[in-house]
Write a protein that binds this ligand. Structure first.
Ligand SMILES: C[S@@+](CC[C@H](N)C(=O)[O-])C[C@H]1O[C@@H](n2cnc3c(N)ncnc32)[C@H](O)[C@@H]1O
Length: 249
């Protein structure tokens, strides 16, 4: 049996409440949208959006993630509204994105937790901009450098916290490249340089990640608090993540 479609983020993880609130404003109107989820992985966002009636194309280099996406979409009864394409966010122009999208691009793109790991965030954002229709929007979520500094400090790693603060690699000895973190102004500049017009940024997981795992705080109350803090400084400044919607003019 197909589970009921979420009408908003209330059935979804509290820590991404601010992201879902922004997406709801775009995707909750009842008009089916063409959505491109770059680095959408196993469909944490794609499948709920498909359940709201949208047509979602997920681009991800991971075959495993795409296999999980397919299973998850089928289980949710939306296999016909989710398309997985194996590929790279830096090379969207090489993919058959236009299939089924004949009138000039996507209404909405997602780029969540991806700019941290791509080769070049500016290239990825440029590719996404070109995949949007004029007036289309991209939802960008990234790690927040200030939140990462505090998290390292509070977990007893002051040297790594200082390295992050100074934009140095907190673990220079490892083989994998460091995951990027973004300061809000740097993220906004990247979006503008890609030809996008960003709206105001919001903090994601301002308090959720600080809560003790054994906390019995009412999730609905935490969700309301997250939404209240997401747009409010100084709270949003130290959130785990940043979220911003940006429009292709
Ligand atoms: C942390 S996961 C985020 C998944 C999903 N966007 C979400 O928010 O739940 C990062 C995803 O980016 C994908 N990825 C890594 N390099 C990429 C690239 N160059 N282009 C597009 N996606 C990439 C990974 O395979 C992974 O699925």
């Amino acid at each position: 049996m197909t589970a009921p479609a979420p009408s908003s983020g209330e059935h979804l993880p509290v820590r991404t409440a601010a992201v879902w609130a922004a997406l709801d404003a775009l995707a909750g109107s009842g008009t089916p949208l063409r959505v491109l989820d770059v680095g959408g992985g196993s469909g944490v966002f794609a499948v709920p959006l498909a359940r709201l009636g949208h047509q979602v194309t997920v681009v991800d280099p991971s075959a495993d993630a795409l296999a999980t996406l397919e299973r998850r979409a089928t289980t949710a009864g939306v296999g016909d509204r989710v398309r997985g394409l194996q590929g790279d966010g830096d090379l969207l122009h090489e993919l058959p994105l236009a299939e089924g999208d004949s009138d000039g691009g996507y209404d909405l793109a997602l780029c969540h937790a991806v700019l941290e790991v791509v080769d070049d965030p500016a290239t990825t954002l440029g590719e996404i901009t070109r995949a949007l229709r004029p007036g289309g929007q991209v939802s960008v979520a990234t790690a927040n450098r200030a939140g990462a500094v505090l998290a390292r400090a509070l977990s007893g790693h002051p040297k790594e916290a200082l390295a992050l603060l100074e934009d140095r690699d907190p673990a220079p000895g490892r083989t994998r490249p460091a995951r990027r973190r973004f300061a809000p102004d740097d993220l906004l500049a990247l979006l503008r340089n890609a030809g996008l017009e960003p709206a105001e940024w919001r903090g994601v997981a301002v308090v959720s990640d600080l809560l003790d795992a054994t906390s019995d705080a009412d999730p609905e109350a935490v969700r309301r608090l997250e939404l209240a803090l997401a747009g409010t400084s100084p709270y949003r400044d130290v959130a785990t993540g940043l979220h911003v919607l940006a429009t292709r003019p």
